[in-house]
Each structure stands twice: as C-alpha cells, then as structure tokens.
Design a binder for this molecule. Structure first.
Ligand SMILES: NC(=O)c1ccc[n+]([C@@H]2O[C@H](COP(=O)([O-])OP(=O)(O)OC[C@H]3O[C@@H](n4cnc5c(N)ncnc54)[C@H](OP(=O)(O)O)[C@@H]3O)[C@@H](O)[C@H]2O)c1
Ligand SMILES: [Zn+2]
Ligand SMILES: [Zn+2]
Length: 362
C-alpha cells in the first residue's frame, strides 16, 4: 500500500496555558509508519484527567506541541502487512493510554503480559518512540499505533461508551480484578469522577457484595446509587465518617486526582488485611501517614497503572456481557477547548467524549 491520502491534524497544546482553552487545530507528523501499525480514522475520544495534567505540564515538562487524548475509538483505515491480530480495514477499533512497549522476549514485563509496566512503554501522547518520533493522541482526525495496542471493539458496546473504557475503565478494572474484587468482598471507590464512576460499575459487574462510593460531598449521591453503589460517604460533610464506617471494606481503589486527601481516614475504613490502591495521579506528593495505619491491621498500600492489553480485551468482553453502561456526555470535537475547561472545572458527568463530527454522527 502506498502513502495514505490523509494527513494528521488535531488540537495541539503549545504550552501550559493550553489547558485554559488555548489548544490550536494544526497538522503534525505522526509516528514513522511501520508495517505492524494500524491507522485509525477517529470517531470518538474521551477526556481523561491525565489529559489535563499533561496539557498544563503538571507532571513535569510536556513535549509541546502535544495532542492529548488516549481513549480513542474509530475505524481502521490502514493495516500494516505484518499485523498479526485479526484487524481489517473498516473494523471498529480503539487505542488506550499505551501506544507501545518493547515486546522483547527478554523483557521481564512484556514476557509476563505486563506490557503496561515495560520500562520502554510509550504513552499514546507525549511519548517518544525508539526512533525518536513523537506520539500524538486522539483529539484529532487520525491516530497511528502498533497493532499490539489496538483493540477490536465488541459490537455490543457503542463507540462513545467504549472509548472511555480504554483508559478510564481499564485503570479501575485492572486493580479491582487483580486484588480480588468479587463475591464475598466489600469494595470502596474514592473520587466519583470518570475513573471512579467506572469503579462503581465494574465493582458491581465483578460481583462485589457491597460497593461504597466515597466522595467529598453528597452532590453525586443519587447518581452513584444509580450506578450501583450500595452506600455513599460524603467526607467533607459527615464529620464522623471515618469512625462510623471503620473496618468495613476489603479493598479501596482511590481515583483522587488531588493530594488533598484524608489518607489516614481512608485507611481506617479497611478491614484486617485490607488493601488500598491509588490510581489517581496527583501532581504533588500525597499526604504522609502513620506506620500504625498499616501495622495495626496488616494493611497494604499499592498503586496500579492502566492495564495490560490482555486485560483490556477481558474488560471489553465483561462490559459487553454484563451490559456495563458508562455515563457519557458527547461533545463535538470542534468544542474540545471548552470541553477541556469544563473537565478541569470538575463538570464532567461522568466522562466527556469528544465526537469527531467529520467522521461520526453526534
Ligand atoms: N493510574 C493510572 O494509570 C491512571 C490512568 C488514568 C487516569 N489516572 C489519573 O486518575 C486521576 C483521576 O482521573 P479522572 O479522569 O477520573 O478525573 P476526574 O473525572 O476529574 O475525577 C477525579 C475525582 O477526584 C476527586 N477529587 C478529590 N479531590 C479533588 C480535588 N481537589 N480536585 C478535583 N477532584 C478531586 C473528585 O471526586 P469527588 O467529587 O467524588 O470527590 C473527582 O471527580 C487523575 O489524576 C488521572 O491523571 C491515572
Ligand atoms: Zn487516561
Ligand atoms: Zn518490554
């Protein structure tokens, strides 16, 4: 196949103020094509909290110009001749937050199916491939990715719902699954935003006995109950919550994006041998805590990053089988700047999904 008849254009952040609604629509040079790659004509892209951190250089200097967006769904328009996965031109496919890893047999992580922890992992945006080319995300017309990180979307899941699963969904599904969420377990989800609402939905889908939403205020209480939460804690409103709910949960997944979190109180909610898994990625260090918060009940604190490709396929199957329905607000791609400002202001209910009006109906 010769060169494609399309160019790569998208919303580019040029500096930290791009998060204030100052991304500009421009053309850019994608990853150098390889015959194991797939090009996707983008129809949908979710807005993740990580897009906000990256646009404002919150985690360190961003490689501007940067096109964010790593919850991408569209149609395959070019499939390299060395692609081994069953992906054909026209198939509905997606990309999550990871675009590449080394996949070498001697890589401990890749060989064990933990590509998301490969030391040579390349993010879907703001990353650099071994050949020096940059990765660009999904607030755009087209995306290019190595086929190992391209996923077929099950027919049962509409594109606007599948897109946010590819980062927001997998980031909570993976630690829930890995840490035993299921029948017999009581699970708490802290922070009811994009990730957190997926946390409630997937904890239910995995069959947890009890799912508790832990939020700052009661504003999201009714929504959380509709998502399947059996109980709701409003930490800024209920002065006694840490005592009332002490020793009630086996597993907590925290999606909080700010370092301002009552960590010691969250830990008090755990039962003996309970686990607290942080997936939210605040820009500043999280609070200190007393060793006794761990020692007394044999509690473990851990973290988790997105999920491996095999887990993404597994999550999509579960979502299709159980009819997991994320709460999505569709917005036209042309309004990406305003959508980013709204996301940063905490207005998403619960995931904004940009719809590329040139490639899909709104
Ligand atoms: N580990 C990973 O691989 C991974 C992958 C994707 C995203 N992330 C990170 O996960 C975090 C959440 O992402 P998201 O897309 O779910 O974001 P989001 O929709 O903005 O949700 C974040 C939630 O954190 C809670 N929160 C607590 N204190 C806050 C504060 N001071 N300001 C704003 N929110 C506060 C809020 O829940 P309440 O209103 O209920 O209190 C809010 O809804 C981000 O840091 C993101 O970068 C990590
Ligand atoms: Zn993300
Ligand atoms: Zn590797």
């Amino acid at each position: 196949m010769g060169s494609p008849n399309y160019t790569f254009q998208g919303w580019l952040g040029k500096g930290p103020d791009s998060v204030e609604g100052k991304m500009v629509w421009e053309q850019y040079e994608p990853k150098t094509w390889s015959e194991s790659d797939v090009d996707i004509k983008i129809t949908h892209c979710g807005i993740c909290g990580s897009d906000i951190h990256t646009l404002r250089s919150g985690w360190g200097p961003t490689l501007y110009p940067c096109c964010v967006g790593h919850e991408i769904v569209g149609h395959a328009v070019r499939v390299g001749k060395d692609v081994k996965k069953d992906i054909k031109v026209g198939d509905r496919v997606g990309i999550g937050a990871q675009n590449s890893s080394c996949l070498r047999p001697d890589c401990e992580e890749c060989a064990a199916g933990m590509e998301n922890h490969c030391r040579r992992m390349v993010g879907t945006y703001n990353g650099k491939y071994p050949d020096g080319s940059k990765s660009y995300g999904g607030y755009a017309d087209y995306a290019r990715a190595p086929s190992h990180f391209v996923f077929k979307i099950p027919d049962a899941i509409p594109s606007a719902e599948a897109a946010p699963m590819l980062c927001g969904g997998i980031t909570v599904y993976s630690p829930l699954k890995k840490n035993g969420c299921g029948p017999g377990k009581k699970v708490g989800i802290v922070g009811i935003g994009g990730l957190g609402h997926f946390g409630l939905l997937f904890a239910k889908a995995l069959g947890a006995d009890k799912v508790v939403a832990i939020s700052r205020t009661s504003a999201k209480k009714e929504d959380a109950k509709k998502m399947g939460a059996d109980d709701f804690i409003a930490t800024d409103e209920d002065k006694k919550w840490a005592k009332t709910h002490a020793r009630s949960l086996d597993l907590i997944v925290s999606t909080v994006s700010s370092p301002k979190m009552p960590l010691m109180d969250y830990l008090s909610l755990l039962r003996t041998n309970g686990q607290f898994i942080q997936v939210g990625a605040p820009e500043d260090p999280i609070p200190a805590f007393s060793a006794f918060a761990l020692i007394g009940k044999g509690v473990k604190i851990g973290g988790s990053m997105i999920g491996a490709p095999h887990e993404i396929d597994e999550m999509l199957q579960l979502a299709a089988e159980k009819g997991v329905k994320p709460w999505i607000q569709e917005r036209p791609l042309k309004d990406a700047n305003q959508a980013v400002v709204d996301m940063d202001a905490g207005k998403a209910r619960y995931r904004i999904c940009l719809v590329n009006e040139a490639h899909a109906k709104l």
